[in-house]
Design a protein around this ligand. Structure first.
Ligand SMILES: Cc1cc2nc3c(=O)[nH]c(=O)nc-3n(C[C@H](O)[C@H](O)[C@H](O)COP(=O)(O)OP(=O)(O)OC[C@H]3O[C@@H](n4cnc5c(N)ncnc54)[C@H](O)[C@@H]3O)c2cc1C
Length: 346
């Protein structure tokens, strides 16, 4: 046995099992905490300087809440001003409350808790490197982009050419993962789900004074509300102790054509005007006028029939005596009610 081999074995004994985690996002940090142990040396390699995490809310479902609490993270999570979600509501596009699921602790064994992603990330980073939790603190190496990984040799190479070896290498490097590519031996693109999400985070004061039905938006309640349309929906609720309000607007991919930079896992710049177009709402009156126009443009006869279905009186009424689309609809409703009465009376 040569001197070098003895030295390396000595290191291994002292380090215990050596684990490298590539990527210091929520998954990488959470994994590092879960694996902490007195005889494991864990290193997280993160390409960024960890100065920013996506500015959005994230909710830990009860199963995830149970896990983070079992890791003893309560003191780290408390400063995040978590919001315990009390209910999940579904509202239809007209603003009518259709369903409500109360999220009580007893039923799910834990709370559904909403965090600001930056706060959750910071809490996980503090917990991973803390000396207050069992096991050895995790070493975080920022500005360490992994450029190559050899799964057979158990090595990774980082920018600048340094090669590190470990007993276990874990890929937590997001949807454009370099580790995944090394393991499967070929590039693998993330597969689009068909749905994209616009995300917004507003100071809660920005919402005061808005005239929105309480079932849709009530900033005094800690609930998540989902407004459900045909192929798009809006999910929203409060975060950071009620100081911010998060909105996620899900649209089919064809409505969101912004290009994701390959360097970034999730985030791409959105266009506010494209978002507004995707959720274009019509003024009620404009909708009624359109409805009238559509009726006037309907086929004049059934196919193969000479019977004219249009009513000149209605046409003239609209054009010569028009006092608003609502009035027109009211008259139409009255007309059909009278028609029904005369049919049942005859
Ligand atoms: C806005 C939004 C809201 C969400 N809401 C929820 C929710 O409410 N509940 C829920 O359960 N999930 C939610 N998700 C999904 C969840 O947040 C993600 O699945 C999770 O954050 C993914 O974490 P990750 O660590 O795997 O990836 P990422 O967060 O992408 O982290 C990957 C990390 O790896 C680093 N990295 C990449 N390549 C390299 C490399 N070559 N070398 C070194 N480092 C590298 C990146 O810099 C990054 O820090 C949401 C996601 C988003 C975007």
């Amino acid at each position: 046995m040569n001197d070098m081999a003895t030295e390396s074995e000595g290191h291994q004994e002292q380090d215990g099992m050596r684990i490298i985690i590539v990527g210091g996002g929520i998954a990488g940090l959470a994994t590092s905490i879960a694996l902490r142990s007195p005889n494991r040396t864990i290193t997280v390699l993160e390409r960024s300087r960890m100065l920013k995490e996506t500015g959005a809310l994230i909710s830990l479902q009860p199963n995830a809440s149970k896990i983070v609490l079992s890791w003893g993270l309560a003191p780290f999570l408390e400063p995040c001003e978590p919001i315990v979600d009390t209910a999940f509501r579904m509202v239809d596009a007209s603003g009518k409350l259709v369903r409500q699921l109360d999220l009580d602790f007893a039923r799910f064994g834990a709370d559904r808790v909403v965090y600001h992603r930056q706060d959750l990330h910071t809490a996980l980073l503090k917990a991973a490197t803390s000396t207050d939790l069992p096991g050895r603190p995790v070493e975080i190496r920022t500005a360490s982009r992994v450029t190559a990984c050899d799964p057979d040799e158990g090595t990774v190479t980082i920018d600048g050419g340094e090669t590190l070896d470990a007993d276990i290498i874990i890929g937590a490097d997001g949807i454009h993962s370099a580790v995944r590519e090394a393991v499967v031996g070929e590039p693998r693109e993330a597969v689009p789900t068909g749905t994209s999400a616009y995300r917004m985070l507003l100071p809660v004061e920005a919402l005061s004074g808005l005239k929105i039905p309480k079932d849709v938006l009530d900033i005094t309640q800690t609930v998540t509300t989902m407004v459900v349309g045909h192929d798009r929906r809006v999910i929203m609720g409060p975060g950071r102790g009620g100081k911010v309000f998060g909105i996620v607007a899900l649209v089919p991919d064809e409505h969101m054509r912004e290009k994701t930079p390959a360097s970034d896992s999730w985030v791409t710049q959105g266009s506010p005007s494209a978002l507004l177009r995707a959720f274009e709402a019509r003024h009620e009156r404009a909708g009624l006028i359109q409805q009238y126009s559509r009726e006037q443009a309907r086929p004049g006869t059934d196919v193969g029939s000479n019977r004219i279905k249009l009513d000149p009186a209605q046409f003239m009424e609209y054009n010569c005596n028009y006092s608003g689309a609502k009035d027109w609809v009211a008259q139409k409703d009255l007309g059909s009610a009278v028609e029904k009465l005369s049919v049942s009376g005859s």
